[in-house]
Ligand binder design. Sequence first.
Ligand code: NAD
Ligand code: G6P
Ligand code: MN
Length: 443
Amino acid sequence: MKKYAITVAGGGSTFTPGIALMLLKESHRFPIRKIHFYDNDAQRQETIAKACKIYFEENAPDVEFGYSTDPKTAFTDVDFVMAHIRVGKYKMREYDEKIPLKYGVVGQETCGPGGIAYGMRSIGGILEILDYMEKYSPNAWMLNYSNPAAIVAEATRRLRPKSKILNICDMPIDLEEKMAYMVGLKSRKEMDVGYYGLNHFGWWHKIYDKKTGKDLMPEIKKHMAKNGFGDGISPTNQHVDDSWKETFVKAKDVFAVDPTTIPNTYLKYYLFPDYVVKHSDINYTRANMVMDNREKFVFGICRDIIAKGTSKGFNFEADAHASYIVDLACAIAENTREKMLLIVPNDGTIVNFDPTAMVEVPCIVGSNGYERIVQGAIPLFQKALMEQQVGVEKLAVEAWIEGSYQKLWQAMTLSKIVPSAEIAKLILDDMIKVNKDFWPELK
Ligand code: NAD
Ligand code: G6P
Ligand code: MN
C-alpha cells in the first residue's frame, strides 16, 4: 500500500493533536510516511508541535514528523493538505460574536454578521495555502474544514475553480451518529441518507437502514419531536459541553417548523434568533468558553508533555470523530467511492436551485474527485431560506473580490438575522475597524 505525506495547515489549532493522533490510529487503512505542521504563528504552533513531536518519537518513529512556518518546507512533497486555520484566532472570533450582540443581533462564528466577518478574513488565508500547495505539490489535494466553509467554498469556486480542494463539515457527521444511536444502529455508516442545503444550513429528507432498506425517518422524527438531538449520544469529546447540549435540545423547536425533514442544528440561529440573543451573554460568548476550556486544556497538556519530555501518562487522545477526514482522504487515495456530504457547486443536484450555489449534498468520492447524487426538487420553505442565505454568501465573496463596501453592506442587510439596513451598517462599520489587519480595504 502506498504511504502518504500530509501537511496540517493550522498546526497551532486546538484540533491539531487530536487529528494527528487520529491519523496514526487510522494508519492501517491510510498509511502515512510524513506529517508536517504549518502555521503562520510560530510560537502558537511550536507548543502543539513540540508535544506532538515527542508523541510521534515515542509512538510512531517510522513517520517523519516536522513543523515549520516556511511554505516551501511545509508544502513540498505532500499528498494531502488538511486545513483548519482560523485567521485572526479567537481574539477575532470574540469580536465576531460580540459586535452583533451589541446591536441585539445573533453573534455566531459562522452565521449572520459574525460569519460574514470571519469569511472576509478566511478567504485570503485559504487562497494563500491553496497557492502554496499548488506551487510546491501540484498533484496534492486540499481537504478544507476551515470556517466559514460556505463562504470559503464560494470564494474558491469563484477564484480557483480548477483547484483540487474539497470542503467538508463535521456537524452532519455528529448529528448522523446521534440519529443512528436513536434507532439502535452502531454507526452512521449503517444509514443511507438524503440531504440538501448550504453548509450549516441543511436538512435530511431521507434516512434508510443501509442493510434492510427500512425507512428510519418515522422513528427519528419521534425522538426529534420529544427531545431534538438530545436523545443521541456524542461519539467523542467534541460537542459535549452545556452550550452544545442546549443546541441539540433546541433542535426540537427547529424540527417543529418543518416536521417533514430533520434540520441541521445551525438553523436555530436563523429560525430562533430572538431566543438565541436572549440566551447570550455579551460578556461571555462561545469564544470565551473555548478559550477557557478547549484552548487551555489542549495547550496545558502540550506544555506538560514538553516539560516532562514524554507523552506517557498524559491524556493525549485521538479525535475519533475526525476520522471522517481520513474517510475522505482514503476515498481519494484508494478510490473507495464512499458516499459523503461535501460542499460542492450545485450544478443540478438540487434541481430547482441556483446551479452556481455551493451546496452541501451527498457525493460519491473516488480518486477522480466526486460525483454528486441528485436530491431532486426541494420544498418552497427550504428553497426560499437557502436563496436568501446563498445571496448573503455570494455578496460577501463579491465584496471581498471587488473591495466593495456596498456589497458587504448588502450581504449583512440580506442576512435573515439582521433586522434592518441601519443595524447592518452599524455592525459593518464596527467590524471594519477591528478587522483592518485582515480584510481587504473596502471602498
Ligand atoms: P485555533 O485558533 O485554535 O487554530 C487555528 C490556527 O490557524 C492558529 O494556530 C492560527 O495561528 C492559524 N492560522 C491563522 N491564519 C493562518 C494562515 N493564514 N496560515 C496558516 N495558519 C493560520 O482554532 P480552532 O478552534 O482549533 O479551529 C480551527 C479551524 O477549524 C476554524 O476555522 C474552525 O472554524 C474550524 N473547524 C471546522 C470544523 C468543521 O466542521 N468544518 C470543525 C471544527 C473546527
Ligand atoms: C461544529 C461545526 C464547526 C464549528 C464547530 C465550532 O463542529 O461543524 O464548523 O467550527 O462546531 O465549535 P466550537 O466548540 O469551537 O464552538
Ligand atoms: Mn462545520
